[in-house]
Write a protein that binds this ligand. Structure first.
Ligand SMILES: [Mn+2]
Length: 210
């Protein structure tokens, strides 16, 4: 019996799987640590390079944080709102991400960045690739908390067929290796209520960024 239990990976591609309910055992601690992060680095709507507000509210923890503004997409060590370093990645976050990656076969994974995404009813995230990181040999680890959402998992080209699968509270998706640069996204969140997060879906995305 390990710290994080799971029925085993549900493979959706050779290098991509869903670990159902993997994060649920630690939901209280994750939620408590998340509150501390957003007290220090509050939720905000970043701007695209074109000047539009991004619908998903974001924050970061860890050595590097993903930011978007008129200057483009990038990772940086300081929160642009405060000018000080992003909050330290809590041990609860880090150990969950490392355990999930290992379960998916990525035993070297040590994240230096965690992007926090907050979805309200109607919020979506269009198909995109994660390619602002230095090293594509390391996977993406994505933790879902709160309301369920429909995850879109496409191919390496935008026009490739897209798999749709529902992600529930506690589910963790890991994609790497040949699938690291697959397009992905989230359909508009349906309204609802979750005992932990209320009207929200929270996503934690762990990466090796720099
Ligand atoms: Mn992404």
């Amino acid at each position: 019996m390990t710290l994080f239990s799971s029925a085993g990976p549900e493979w959706i591609a050779p290098g991509a799987c869903i670990l159902r309910d993997f994060a649920s055992p630690y939901e209280r601690l994750l939620w408590q640590d998340l509150q501390a992060i957003v007290r220090q680095a509050p939720w905000r709507h970043m701007q695209t390079p074109g000047g539009q507000a991004i619908a998903v509210s974001m924050s970061n923890c860890g050595r590097l944080g993903w930011v978007s503004d008129r200057g483009g997409y990038r990772y940086q060590m300081e929160d642009p709102l405060s000018g000080i370093p992003w909050p330290v990645m809590p041990a609860s976050f880090e150990s969950l991400a490392i355990a999930a990656a290992a379960q998916a076969g990525f035993v070297q994974f040590r994240p230096d960045a965690c992007l926090l995404n907050r979805y309200e009813a109607g919020t979506k995230l269009g198909l995109h690739q994660d390619k602002d990181e230095q090293d594509f040999s390391q996977p993406i680890v994505s933790v879902s908390l709160g309301l369920p959402a429909t995850f879109l998992f496409g191919g390496l080209k935008r026009s490739d067929p897209v798999l749709r699968t529902e992600l529930y509270h506690g589910d963790v998706v890991v994609w790497g290796g040949p699938d690291r640069l697959r397009y992905h996204g989230i359909l508009p969140l349906k309204p609802g209520w979750h005992p932990l997060t209320g009207k929200l879906r929270i996503n934690l995305t762990f990466r090796v960024a720099g």
